[in-house]
Design a protein around this ligand. Structure first.
Ligand code: T1G
Length: 693
């Protein structure tokens, strides 16, 4: 075994050369890896005793793509394209040996080998779209030549990882070799290629599948139509589609030129910068500076959930999905039965969509046990309460749990805003109390705000973060303050939206502006969907707000076919003259002279105060880093990922512009717009939130 460089070895197994990469954590195509490949192939091809070449990786995976951290920096090291050309034009057969995930540039390298073998657990994909890019090393030209146009369109726009068996069926892989015997299997396959004098297959020369799609523009028109909603606002999916169109309508060389041109547009644009930032931000969020990775954790074998309603049921499903038994406690049998019935229905609907088998459904239901007695939680390792959002009720529950649940267990509250230090104060174990704030529907929304109270211990924090990962959540550790991070910033947007209605914008103007910004839905449409009467009290209502008047008129949202909007029988919303009249009456009463308000001002007035609040959250230490705030808003509230979240958006807009607006509004409308000291400081120092470490 001769070391080509620190991450690449070249060895021989008879007349088969084996190039082995070992560049943790994922063998990304960094400069040293590219250099190693360039030199390794050059030496192996030049060596007359070598008849064929195998490329294999050590560690957990085959090459998982370009090194994303290199983007935006001055290029160095061997060119990936040169490595690919050397491979494809090699006079000796090259076999790529795949395990783990051959992704992006990794799969594009493998596609320049003449053959590919894989172990059964391997997967292949071109997920560049998830970081706002497209396969920029020939993937959009080679994949459709193997997998066909429709499958290629699906793979490059979804970023899906395709299991080895399917890769074999579509011809992406030539043979499956036994698990754990990849290198031997690949060498044996290379010997077979030599013995059978198999041709040097070049994917680029395989034109049948792309030619078959030529003259059928409907393939692309239909694909765009079917996915319009999903791709709304994103550039990368459309650019990927154009590259596949180029593979059909242009020569391979011209198609490569199209791919490179569109790749450069994306990689230099703000959307990809945002999505690459989010890629690393999601991974950073798991890192807690004062809770090291080796902090002792509490084994979570049994979970208790108090409350089997919408939230409690959704929370319970997360654990059942991860194979963890749950005891759900309710106060009344019919509430318990209803909760379990809803869960079963959810699972059966998922099974109907083919994403679960009925066997899975029964297994998961078998992990859910109902009880009317808190005593049944005594052996749980983690108990989560999802009871009525009232401090006295929460304190009563925690007082009881403190005397029932075994020592060493975690007692968690799902409160969305109440003070967890106060809740913890009624127990003898405040170190074991933490917030696990799920977002509704709890079994669907990826975000989990893990709320660290003053006395929460490090093992409890470490266990809670690890449990969040185990149940498939994206977690952000936040501090105790009203609304924590997400709802605290949401309040800023809701307040401004209500004020803008009084100043001259209609609810549908505000919803349109924020929808076009990239949110899945505007605040008023969202309120109609959730129901305007949440937290509304008929007896106490005095018609003092637009929402009160709407509820008093029984216009409670979609469920009553009228709220801010009017709804037809298919729940299609349209602006309502009734709502417009109510708003105009309120404006008259308040003596406000309404004015035309542009969509641009609506967006600025709604999001700049959020950015300012995010800066305050950082100042107060209620979030560890700005990117955690972005993770909260992308995964909990639908901030468009191609804008990177509120703090990244502030950086993109320019914090000096945000500050200038906040100062202007502060002078006009008072202290709700008072700029945060941190925002002032960063502008004074010419810094961005991304520069904060
Ligand atoms: N570049 C740099 N670092 C990467 C990386 C990459 N491509 N992939 C992972 N990492 C780091 C990650 O930040 C983390 O670091 C550690 O590896 C483990 O990752 C030319 C232009 C491979 C499925 O998009 O999907 O090729 O936090 O926690 O859960 O056309 O990583 O430990 O310091 O995610 O086991 C295309 C992205 C790139 C694949 C493994 N490739 N990676 O998941 O581990 S663009 C991708 C993943 C490209 C070409 C184009 C996943 C994984 P740290 P992890 P995991």
């Amino acid at each position: 075994m001769a070391a080509i460089n620190p991450v690449t070895d070249l060895s021989k197994d008879g007349d088969i050369a084996v190039i082995t990469l070992n560049s943790p954590p994922v063998n990304a195509l960094s400069a040293p890896v590219r250099d190693g490949l360039a030199d390794g192939f050059k030496q192996a091809i030049a060596d007359p005793s070598v008849k064929a070449i195998v490329l294999v990786c050590e560690g957990k995976t085959f090459i998982a793509g370009a090194d994303i951290s290199e983007f935006g920096k001055a290029p160095k090291g061997a060119s990936l394209f040169d490595v690919q050309n050397t491979m494809e034009d090699s006079p000796k057969p090259i076999v790529a040996a795949i395990h783990g995930t051959a992704l992006g540039g990794g799969l594009e390298v493998a596609l320049c080998a003449h053959y590919r073998v894989a172990v059964p657990s391997a997967r292949c994909g071109l997920p560049e779209v998830n970081i706002g890019l497209l396969p920029g090393a020939g993937g959009t030209q080679r994949l459709p030549r193997i997998a066909g146009v429709e499958k290629a369109l699906e793979m490059v726009t979804s970023g899906q990882h395709v299991p080895a068996k399917q890769c074999l069926e579509m011809g992406l892989v030539d043979e499956i070799v036994p698990e754990g015997q990849l290198k031997q299997g690949a060498v044996a396959f290379a010997k077979k290629v030599l013995a059978e004098k198999r041709p040097l297959k070049k994917v680029r020369e395989n034109n049948a599948k792309v030619e078959a799609a030529r003259g059928k523009p409907e393939i692309f028109a239909n694909f765009r139509k079917e996915n319009g909603r999903k791709f709304r606002g994103f550039l990368a999916p459309e650019y990927n589609i154009r590259c596949i169109e180029a593979a059909v309508n242009q020569s391979f060389e011209d198609g490569l030129k199209t791919e490179r041109k569109l790749f450069m547009e994306l990689v230099t644009g703000t959307q990809s910068a945002a999505q690459r930032y989010v890629f690393f931000a999601e991974r950073q969020a798991w890192k807690i500076p004062d809770v090291p990775d080796d902090t002792a954790q509490i084994p979570i074998a049994k979970v208790g959930v108090i409350g089997a309603g919408t939230i409690g049921g959704g929370i319970s499903m997360n654990f059942a999905n991860a194979g963890i038994p749950v005891t759900m406690v309710e106060t009344k049998q019919d509430a318990l039965d209803r909760g379990l019935t809803v869960i079963r229905k959810n699972y059966e609907n998922t099974a109907k969509r083919g994403r679960l088998t009925m066997d899975d459904v029964e297994k998961r239901m078998g992990l859910l046990k109902g009880s009317l007695n808190l005593e049944d939680l005594k052996d749980c390792d983690l108990v989560i309460e999802a009871v009525f959002e009232n401090m006295d009720v929460k304190k009563d529950v925690f007082t009881k749990l403190d005397s029932i649940v075994k020592q060493g267990a975690i007692l968690a509250t799902n409160t969305s805003a109440l003070n967890i230090d106060e809740i913890a104060s009624v127990t003898k174990r405040p170190d074991a109390v933490i917030g696990l704030h799920f977002f509704s529907p709890a079994n669907v929304m990826r975000l989990l705000e893990v709320v660290r109270a003053d006395k929460t211990s490090k093992p409890v924090i470490a266990t809670s973060m690890a449990t969040a990962k185990k149940i498939g959540k994206v977690a952000a550790l936040v501090g105790v303050c009203p609304g924590f991070v997400g709802n605290r910033m949401l309040f800023q947007r809701q307040r401004e939206a209500q004020k803008l209605v009084m100043e001259g914008a209609m609810p549908w103007d505000i919803d349109r502006a924020l929808y076009n910004f990239g949110f899945p839905m505007g605040p008023f449409a969202m309120s109609d969907l959730a129901g305007l009467d949440i937290g509304w009290n008929k007896e106490r209502s005095k018609g003092e707000t637009i929402r009160d008047v709407l509820c008093e008129m029984d216009r409670r949202g979609q469920k009553t076919s009228a709220g801010y909007y009017d709804y037809d029988e298919n729940r299609n919303a349209k602006p309502s003259a009734v709502t417009e009249k109510i708003i105009e009456d309120f404006r008259k009463k308040s003596g406000v002279n309404s004015r035309q308000i542009s969509d641009e001002e609506i967006v600025e007035r709604c999001i700049y105060p959020m950015i300012n609040e995010g800066a305050k959250i950082l100042e107060e230490g209620k979030a560890i880093r700005a990117s955690d705030i972005d993770i909260v808003w992308i995964n909990g509230y639908g901030w468009p990922v191609y804008r990177g979240g509120p703090m990244f958006t502030g950086d993109t807009v320019g914090l000096d512009k945000v500050l200038a607006k906040m100062k202007e509004w502060h002078a006009q409308m008072g202290d709700t717009f008072k700029p945060s000291a941190l925002l002032e400081k960063m502008v004074a120092e010419g810094k961005r939130f991304q520069d904060l470490k």
